[in-house]
Structure formats: C-alpha cells, structure tokens
Design a binder for this molecule. Sequence first.
Ligand SMILES: Cc1cc2nc3c(=O)[nH]c(=O)nc-3n(C[C@H](O)[C@H](O)[C@H](O)COP(=O)(O)OP(=O)(O)OC[C@H]3O[C@@H](n4cnc5c(N)ncnc54)[C@H](O)[C@@H]3O)c2cc1C
Length: 482
Amino acid sequence: MRDPEVVVVGGGNAGYCAAHAAAERGRRVVLLEKAPRADAGGNSYYTLGSTRMVHDGLDDLIEVLEPDERHARTEVPPYSAAEFLDDLERVTGGRGDKELAEAVVEGSRDAVRWLHGLGLRFQLMYDRQAHEQPDGTFVFWGGSHLSNVDGGPGLMAVHEQIAARLGVEVRYDSAVTGLLTEGDAVVGVRIGTEELRAESVVIASGGFQANAQWRQQYLGDGWQHAKVRGTPYNTGDLISAALEIGADRGGDWSTCHSVPWDASYPENESNRALTNRLSRYGYPLGIVVNRRGQRFLDEGADFRNYTYAKYGKVILDQPGSVAFQVFDATSRAMLAAYEYEMPGINPVVADSLEELARAMGVDVDGFVRTVREFNASIDTSRPFDPTIKDGRCASVQPVKSNWAAAIETAPYSAYPVTCGISFTFGGLRGDVDGRVLDRSDVPIPGLLACGETLGGLFSGNYPTGAGLTAGMVIGRRAGALA
Ligand SMILES: Cc1cc2nc3c(=O)[nH]c(=O)nc-3n(C[C@H](O)[C@H](O)[C@H](O)COP(=O)(O)OP(=O)(O)OC[C@H]3O[C@@H](n4cnc5c(N)ncnc54)[C@H](O)[C@@H]3O)c2cc1C
C-alpha cells in the first residue's frame, strides 16, 4: 500500500469512527493499534455499549432498535438536547467546554443513525435502565436508554467489520511512539524506528488512566492504587507526544471517571472476561459504609447514572480505600444480576448486623449504630419508587436523599468495593472538529484528536453513556475533516 492519507492512532470506538468517516470520503486510511489483536478494542471493548443520545421517545428510536416484543409495553421518556446539555452542565459543575458539549449533544442522534446505517445494531437497556412495573410494563429512567447489541465486544467486532468493508487497513502491535513534524505541521507518526507519513494524523489513543505515575502526578497521591477497569494500554503516549510538539493541554487534568468496583475478586483489573461485571452500581438501593462502620456519601443523591462516576474517588479516600455496600434481603432482591451475580462474586452474608460487621472487619458498634440511626430517620410518608427520584429520604448525616429503605430483613449482604478508574478527563485541547490547538489557540496543521484523548467535555463527574457518544460524534467529525 502507498503511504496513507490519514493515520488514526488507537483502535477504540473513537478511532474507528474517525477511520470510517475518512474512508467513506475516499481517503486511504491506516489505523495503528498498540495492542495485539487478542487484546484490541481499547476501553471501548470493556463497555456495556451504553450510548446517550437525544431522542423523542420510543417512536423516534424504533428505527435503530432491534425488534423486541417488550416494545409494546415500554415507556421511554423523550430526552431532549436541552436535558442532555443540562445534565452535562450539572454533573460537571459548569466546568465542561460548552462548544464541545453542544457539538456532542447536537450530533448524538445523527451519529447513532450513521453507525446504525453502517451496520451497528442497537437495543433498549431493559436490564439496567428500566424498572418493570407490577402490570408488566417497563419504565425507563436516567437519560441513557440504549446500547449496541452485545456491548463493548459487539461494538468492536462490528467496527472491525465496517472498517474492513470500507478498506481501512488495521495494524495491531503498532505502538505509536512519536509524531513526525515539518515546520508547524504534523506529517506522520513514528512507530519505534519506523516512520509512516500521512496528510492527517487523528489521535484516538484514550486517556492516561493506565499510567500509575501520571495518575499520582496529576490526580493526586493515592491514585496510583486505583484499579484500572479497562485497557492497560492507555498510558498517555500520544498526549505526551502532542504536548512535546506544542499542543495545549485540554480539560480537567485533576479529575477522572472512577466508580465503585469489586474489591475482593483477585483479577479485578483489565479483566476482558468479566469487563463491566466488576462494577457495583446498586448502592442507591442500600447504604455504603467504611471500615469504621460509618456512612460517608449520599447513596440516593441522584439516579446512579449521575453519581457513580464520582463515587470511586470518594471510596479511594476512605481508610484502606475500601468500603462495603450493605443490603437487606428486600433490597438485595432488586440488585442487577449482571453485577451482583457475577461468577466468582464473594459477598459477606450474615443473619444479624453484628455478625455482618464482624465478617466485614468493620467496627461493630459503629456499624450497628449507623444502621439503627439510618432506619429510624427514614421519611416513611413517601412511597419507595426506584423509577423516579422519590424523595424518600433518611435525615441523617450524610443524608440519603432518595430511595431510603430500612435495613431490617435478614439475611444481610455486604459487597466490598474499592475505586476502579475508567478514564481520565484531561487530555489535549481541541475544537469541535477535533483540531488540536497549540498554546496560542492555533490549530496544529495535520493533527486531530477525539475520544478520551480530547479533554474538555467532563470534569469531576460524568453522565452514563456520554463517552461513547462523544467518540462517535467528534471521531466522525475529525475523520471527515482529515
Ligand atoms: C469498564 C468500562 C465500562 C465503560 N462503559 C461505558 C459505556 O457503557 N458507555 C460509555 O459511553 N462509556 C463507557 N465507558 C467509557 C468508555 O470506555 C469510553 O469513553 C470510550 O470507549 C473511549 O473510547 P476511545 O476510543 O476514546 O478510547 P479506547 O476505546 O480506550 O481506545 C484507545 C485505543 O488506543 C490504543 N492506544 C493507546 N496508546 C497507543 C499508542 N501509543 N499507539 C497506538 N495505539 C494506542 C489503545 O490500545 C486503545 O485500543 C466505560 C469504560 C470502562 C473502563
């Protein structure tokens, strides 16, 4: 093959979207992936494929959904651009890049339709984003309603098929080590001693979450101990290479996406077999305590779609960076089987609170006091309803704002959790087409970035499903420009 016109660095969702968009426009595209084929797919492989998009309800979504007999009994509240923007603004505390946010939100529906047209299949997330009502209907909540079929592995398998069809050449075991420049412009990449020239280079090599030294340096002391949920290959190589040639840093380098994550399973990092099943997102239905037996966060502050990505850090800050999610028999029965019936899961189970505390290794008196005070403070005048923010609060410190239910029915279960890091929010600074900007705000000719490499969209927190959407929208735009 002649020199490519476009080189894409990184074979995750964002990189493939860029590659497809460039190839659709007739460009010769080479995609370089650091991992061997057996480990490829980046963080995108580890996802559930949850994709947040603007839509007008089920009638609007139906054209991209696989047939499902439950559709006739399903209510999917519309999700407007204003709501998506508002969610981004709220969870990031207004610190996100507004132009980037608008581009992602406005482009979300079209990007999903584009990928559907290329062959990606979608479905509603019945098991994780809906509650079944007593009359057999399903009510969706939380703004992120669909995923692609077969989650991350399915997503990456289809991306590979589309790329092959469009003539994209994919090279595995190809770690890019540097950028080639001529004057101000990027004219290719270095892969060890090999050079590959191209008119445009699109960096889609993820964040730096798998680089323990950078985590400690930029996120703070203690972060070197966080568990890497996804790919071990995203170590910030190309962020570093771009900074070296004058690119500007983008977004919030001091925060990241991190979640409650199984603390006791032995292989709880970059586990390609269990992927996302090591997540523990059922805490809104119970309470979370630390080793002192004390609660330390508001489990019911919001739907978990809007809290889970910031609670990993809160757990990291607890003694031993460990905590326990506690449920009684009633709340245990409502937990998602996908996570809480993971093969090899090892909860602590006991018939009394004292026994549970001893088995967890937490302070017994502290724990029993916590549960008693919590139970006594619940506003029982409001009915428990997990499909809405039901306002059924527990007025203790810290408050549990919604879904408070007494921990009172044996057996009791406790799930040990730690901090699992998903991806970093800081990266390179770019515009809405992924053009990488230098420190004087000028685009670096020939250099684009998308996906987690591009900083700016998120800070402190994140709404479920927005990472894949961001990669689809900006990846597609960057590829079209490349
Ligand atoms: C367990 C887990 C579950 C998640 N679930 C979801 C979800 O359901 N929905 C959602 O929206 N987001 C989810 N996320 C976040 C999410 O993964 C993404 O935002 C998205 O997949 C990132 O895509 P990307 O293409 O930017 O990066 P990646 O998919 O990580 O791809 C980057 C690629 O670059 C390669 N690379 C790195 N360095 C080099 C180099 N030097 N040379 C060549 N290649 C290199 C890597 O090997 C990797 O393949 C989840 C994350 C995790 C960890």
